[in-house]
Write a protein that binds this ligand. Structure first.
Ligand SMILES: Cc1cc2nc3c(=O)[nH]c(=O)nc-3n(C[C@H](O)[C@H](O)[C@H](O)COP(=O)(O)OP(=O)(O)OC[C@H]3O[C@@H](n4cnc5c(N)ncnc54)[C@H](O)[C@@H]3O)c2cc1C
Length: 452
């Protein structure tokens, strides 16, 4: 146990109950919350997890899984049908995980009663549950821009779009970020007339601008209209049957009564945390002016801390937080966080963009500069055989040939970027990569081709 949590067990929590109080109380059973519960329970810790909606969170119910089911369905009708089997199947898998004897799942909405206890509306007596450590894993929600006409019935967010029963003839998407681009790609393939309206000059700002531009051009050729450098002011000006608001997500903290825990939010609405995902913005009440023994170890993992809004980031943050609670060290590299965009073809990245390296705006930018190694899908045998010739990869190396990152678009680029991510964790150099055998014929050879 870390110091704060160890002392919490003997603090203002009634002495009689300390033996029975859970080691960890988790708010939210998305990828962050259920992974923390599973990992902690397997280590022998007693866990209570409170979930207001369906287990699996945004990712399983209205995020990663439904959208990827759409990507891998031939038609809108098939996608709707498959969602009805895929999601319940995965949800029952998570319920299975949470049925571990060390885990108590409570279905209800949680809010803080004090820095070391939480109320749940499903508990009739409203008696707070005290815990030695509390992990906040409440995720994020759609960020609505304050546009005129938002009450227009045509306007939906990603959850609303997934609930449509009929394919919209004309779909307008506000925002060319990950969610906007993925839906643009899939609804275009289903047969909708898709227009993407974006304020910035390029789509997908986290992706290398060269790669992002090529991907946009590819999608343009498939019939998607992009209106770049265009600000929407009034929904009434948009000529479409359905308007998707895809202008980002914000941490979900409403109703948590964070004041009772002494937690102050950052200006972007996120819960500030340190490298172990311990909450850092604690007021005096929870950080020391009252005896330290009255506080629980407070953690915030996943989208709610606003760090990296990705399901795999939430899961790894869960592991780190539980390790910290147990006083265990790990080697998780949160600075190496691969991400993918499941358009067709897909795009993926890890590490800095070329613009960031050029302008030395990232810690990895070495004074000696960087080298960009390129490769193309059209020069790869497997890609040609698959008729997937659209794609380009940029691999960056720095001092001593150390791999700094990779940005790519093309079929299965996420799998290739995953390999680069693993190589980066092992401090691999370009020379070492050149010596690594890749199976022929595979798309993996594109990576080795970049350094030949
Ligand atoms: C359309 C879409 C597509 C996406 N695709 C991908 C993808 O392909 N890959 C990827 O990595 N990420 C993707 N994401 C992001 C991913 O879904 C999130 O990063 C991930 O779900 C975050 O996990 P989390 O555990 O932090 O929160 P969530 O999954 O949001 O879970 C939080 C849970 O907390 C519960 N909760 C909230 N408040 C309370 C409360 N007061 N009491 C009790 N319970 C509460 C909620 O009901 C919810 O179940 C996508 C997101 C969207 C919207």
């Amino acid at each position: 146990m870390n110091n704060s949590s160890a002392s919490a067990a003997s603090g203002s929590v009634p002495a009689a109950s300390t033996a029975g109080i859970p080691d960890i109380l988790i708010i939210g059973a998305g990828p962050g919350g259920y992974r923390a519960a599973e990992y902690a329970a397997k280590q022998g810790l007693k866990v209570v997890i409170i979930e207001a909606g369906e287990v699996g969170g945004t990712c399983l119910n209205v995020g990663c899984i439904p959208t990827k089911t759409y990507v891998h369905s031939a038609s809108f009708a098939e996608a709707r049908e498959r969602m009805d089997t895929v999601i319940p199947q995965l949800r029952s898998g998570v319920e299975g995980i949470l049925s571990h004897p060390n885990i108590t799942l409570i279905r209800g909405k949680a809010s803080f009663a004090s820095p070391c206890s939480v109320c749940c509306d499903a508990i009739a007596t409203n008696e707070p549950i005290a815990a030695k450590n509390i992990i906040i894993a409440t995720g994020s929600e759609t960020k609505w821009l304050p546009l005129k006409g938002l009450d227009d019935s045509r306007v939906v967010d990603s959850t609303g779009l997934l609930q449509l029963d009929t394919l919209p003839k004309r779909l307008a998407i506000i925002g060319a970020g990950v969610i906007g681009m993925e839906f643009a790609s899939v609804f275009n393939r289903f047969g909708s007339e898709v227009t993407v309206i974006e304020y910035l000059k390029e789509c997908l700002p986290a992706l290398d601008s060269d790669i992002a531009k090529r991907l946009r051009k590819t999608l343009e050729k498939r019939g998607i209209t992009f209106k770049m450098k265009t600000a929407v002011e009034n929904i009434a000006d948009i000529d479409a049957d359905v308007v998707l608001m895809a202008t980002g997500r914000k941490p979900r903290t409403e109703g948590l009564n964070l004041e009772a825990a002494g937690i102050t939010l950052a200006p972007n609405g996120a819960i500030p945390v340190d490298e172990n995902f311990c909450v850092t913005s604690l007021s005096a009440a929870s950080s020391g002016s009252v005896p330290a023994a009255s506080t629980a170890g407070l953690y915030a993992i996943g989208d709610v801390n606003g760090r990296q809004m990705l399901a795999h980031a939430a899961e790894m943050q869960a592991v780190r937080a539980v390790n910290h609670i147990m006083g265990k060290k790990d080697g998780i590299r949160f600075d190496i966080m691969p991400a993918a965009i499941f358009t067709e073809p897909e795009a993926a990245c890890v590490g800095p963009t070329e613009d960031q390296l050029k302008n030395a705006t990232v810690p990895d930018a070495s004074p000696a500069g960087y080298t960009c190694h390129k490769a193309f899908w059209r020069a790869n045998g497997k890609a040609l055989a698959m008729n997937e010739t659209e794609g380009m990869l940029k691999l960056f190396s720095g001092d001593g040939g150390r791999i700094l990152g990779c940005h790519a678009y093309g079929a299965h680029s996420a799998d290739i970027v995953q390999e680069v991510s693993t190589l980066m964790c092992k401090h691999t150099t370009i020379d070492e990569l050149r010596d690594m055998v890749h199976i022929h014929p595979t798309l993996g050879e594109i990576l080795r081709g970049a350094v030949e």
